[in-house]
Design a protein around this ligand. Structure first.
Ligand code: FRU
Length: 680
């Protein structure tokens, strides 16, 4: 049943759940809606003088509480402590249910029930600012007197607790109302078509998403698991969401694959198809899919297995989990692949704070032996390495030559600010990775994080394809609802020897190209006349042709001696996103300073520049625009800029400009692209 509509003491509340009418006779213990704690007895200073009205100074956004107030012990920050004890009440229903959010420390944070002076039930927070339902079966204590105590005795990070709406009930609410909320959203006129909803990029129907997980091709389907919050639109309760596609463009949303359980979250990881049934989880005729992921909870991160024998539709957790436990808090994000020459599985996994990657080997996915370590290393000296990937790539133009790429992401300090990825190019002999050149940035925009590549793509296809989270941890609370985040376009990878300028020697750079399947989405193609580009910018499209704001521009630009030459995209009233070549930096930039809603975070507005060499005086660009995303692939993918934008108006048109007569946009092709989300 759905409790969102029930309130006041002893409510007889009628709710439509599907088609059935449900009647509840819940007893309200406390809703914390008044401007005092009434008869609750307080100690310490964490609770303030009255229930809070939302987030407190210095706290992230707090959501999921009922009405306009809640208990929030962030008064004075995480350092404050205290307790709140309820008046005595008689236990008259089978369950006590409440909304709970905040830090996860069993001993020092949470809510507890005392009966006959003894703590008989307790619960800590989920490690998220989003409050969700939790309940205790108290049928055993019916008729007895109970007392509740909310406690915040923790002073470190996440040293606070959020509690609201405590009831007695015979029908405890589901933890997350996901199915109910999805059913409602699927009726909505805006279904997958809100003004800022990308139309050819993957996004969840509702709620928060971050990293891609478990990318694997199996049985004709590309699987796209992802970090997903079944409880709301901010990070928390991390579980594996699931979607599949046969063409990398049209995705089908499927039910949760690996859910959070008892506060233990399913963090990032990977999936393999165990063709030889080395794990024993299936058989050779029907090889199992095996997920290797980080379990995070109660201060520890360990590596776990789960398997599926029905193409990822249902999952069983390995009963001898964890398969790797170093008794560490920052040991996460395993990526596993079959290494043919050594005939074994290889895992790369991160010791995030130490900025080290550990390589393990295994013959059966369940027993792992350490092979070597890599790092600290990298472009900058910032800690927090996450989500590594390791794969072999062909070198363009050097027939038969391959090299290994080790990619890893960092939580902060990236090239455009905030989180981002770097990569090393070198050798891997099945035991150790050795880098042959300095680390380089994966993407020069702010919004490409934690990419991983698909495993098990057939040799007849031969591509290495990856996808990244189209967001940045620093500015991740983007202004979209009821969903947050999307993935990048899937990109095919290769290596190319490039000297970005005359001073630096050529290095092997990672080349990323949008997968060819995106071309099948083209609904119209026409040449635009940009030869008259001058200053100020002039429009080259008519409003109608770009009304869906999902398109690609393919262009060749000749900068000449001008300072800059390029495009304004999604121009509206005093709004535009600029994409141009800048001679002073020998680079191409995306400037989103005036792109629309930039004020939701101080670090959002800005200009992000990628290195771009000219060949015969020319630079080529492919620019993909999808309502609230922009991706610029420079010179066939030698460098890439991925940025989110949040235009406030319809802003469909494209303008061109050139700094002086020597600069030209010598060719400009517009492809409009079809939406991949059809209304159900
Ligand atoms: C990267 C990351 C991973 C972790 C996951 C949790 O974005 O921090 O290291 O597994 O997100 O959602």
């Amino acid at each position: 049943m759905n409790h969102r509509f029930c309130s006041t003491i002893f409510v007889a509340c009628t709710v439509l759940a599907g088609t059935a009418m449900v009647v509840a006779d819940d007893l309200l213990i406390e809703d914390f809606e008044s401007d005092s704690y009434k008869k609750w007895v307080l100690t310490g200073d964490a609770f303030g003088n009255a229930p809070a009205t939302g987030a407190l100074a210095g706290q992230g956004s707090v959501s999921g509480f009922r009405g306009s107030r809640l208990v929030n012990t962030f008064n004075g920050g995480d350092g404050s402590t205290g307790t709140a004890t309820s008046p005595v009440f008689r236990i008259e229903r089978s369950h006590i249910a409440f909304l709970i959010g905040g830090g996860q420390h069993k001993e020092t944070l949470g809510i507890e029930l005392r009966v006959d002076g003894k703590v008989v039930r307790s619960e800590t927070g989920p490690g998220s600012e989003e409050l969700t339902w939790s309940s205790w079966d108290v049928s055993h204590f019916r008729g007895k007197q109970g007392v509740l105590r909310i406690l915040d005795l923790a002073t470190g990070g996440w040293g606070h607790i959020n509690v609201d709406h405590i009831i007695q009930t015979n029908d405890p609410p589901e933890r997350f109302d996901l199915e109910y909320k999805l059913a409602q959203y699927r009726q909505s006129a805006d279904y997958m078509n809100e003004p800022l909803r990308p139309q050819f990029h993957f996004s969840p129907e509702i709620n928060w998403m971050n990293d891609p997980n478990g990318l694997v091709f199996h049985g004709g389907e590309y699987h796209l698991f992802h970090q997903y919050n079944p409880g709301g639109n901010t990070w928390g309760h991390m579980s594996w969401g699931h979607a599949v596609s046969r063409n990398l463009t049209h995705w089908k949303h499927l039910p949760l694959a690996i859910p959070v359980e008892d506060g233990f979250m399913a963090f990032s990881g990977c999936c393999v198809v165990d063709h030889n049934n080395t794990s024993g989880f299936g058989d050779r005729k029907k090889p199992p899919m095996v997920a290797i992921y980080t379990e995070h909870g109660h201060g520890e991160q360990v590596q776990n297995l789960a398997w599926s024998n029905d193409h990822g539709r249902t999952w069983t957790k390995y009963d001898q989990n964890p398969v790797l436990d170093l008794d560490r808090q920052d040991f996460r994000d395993p990526k596993v692949f079959w290494h043919e020459p050594t005939n074994r599985w290889v895992m790369v996994v991160s010791l995030a704070i130490e900025k080290k990657l550990v390589f393990y080997g295994s013959s059966d996915l369940t027993t792992w032996t350490e092979l070597s370590r890599f790092g600290p290393a990298g472009v900058i000296d910032k800690p927090n390495w996450e989500c590594p990937d390791l794969f072999e790539l062909p070198v363009e133009g050097e027939r038969g030559k391959t090299m290994w790429v080790l990619e890893v992401d960092m939580g902060s300090g990236s090239v455009a600010g905030g989180s981002g990825g770097e990569y090393f190019v070198g050798t891997f002999d099945g035991q150790c990775f050795n880098t042959l050149q300095h680390a380089q940035w994966v993407d020069y925009g702010r919004d490409f994080y934690a990419p991983i590549s698909w495993d098990n793509i057939p040799k007849t296809d031969g591509r290495r394809i990856w996808i990244g989270w189209f967001n940045n941890w620093e500015t991740c609370l983007v202004p979209t609802s009821p969903w947050r985040s999307c993935m990048s376009t899937p990109r095919t990878l290769s290596l190319r020897k490039v000297a970005f300028n005359d001073e630096e020697p050529a290095t092997y750079v990672l080349v990323q190209k949008p997968v060819r399947e995106l071309q099948d989405l083209r609904s119209s193609t026409r040449m635009l006349d940009a030869t008259k580009a001058t200053w100020p910018p002039i429009a080259v499209t008519n409003a109608d042709e770009l009304k869906d704001m999902t398109f690609e521009l393919e262009t060749t630009v000749t900068p000449g001696t001008a300072r800059s030459v390029g495009f304004r995209i999604r121009t509206g009233e005093d709004e535009y996103t600029e994409v141009a070549y800048d001679r002073n930096y020998c680079g191409v930039y995306v400037d989103r300073t005036k792109s629309g809603n930039v004020n939701f975070h101080d670090a959002f507005a800005g200009r992000h520049t990628a290195p771009a060499r000219t060949t015969n005086g020319e630079v080529t660009l492919r620019i993909f625009v999808d309502r609230s995303t922009i991706e610029v692939f420079v010179n066939g993918g030698e460098s890439v800029i991925s940025d989110r934008i949040f235009p406030t108006g319809h802003s469909p048109s494209v303008e061109v400009f050139a700094g002086n007569d020597s600069a030209k946009i010598s060719s400009l092709k517009l492809h409009t692209l079809n939406s991949t989300w059809r209304r159900k």
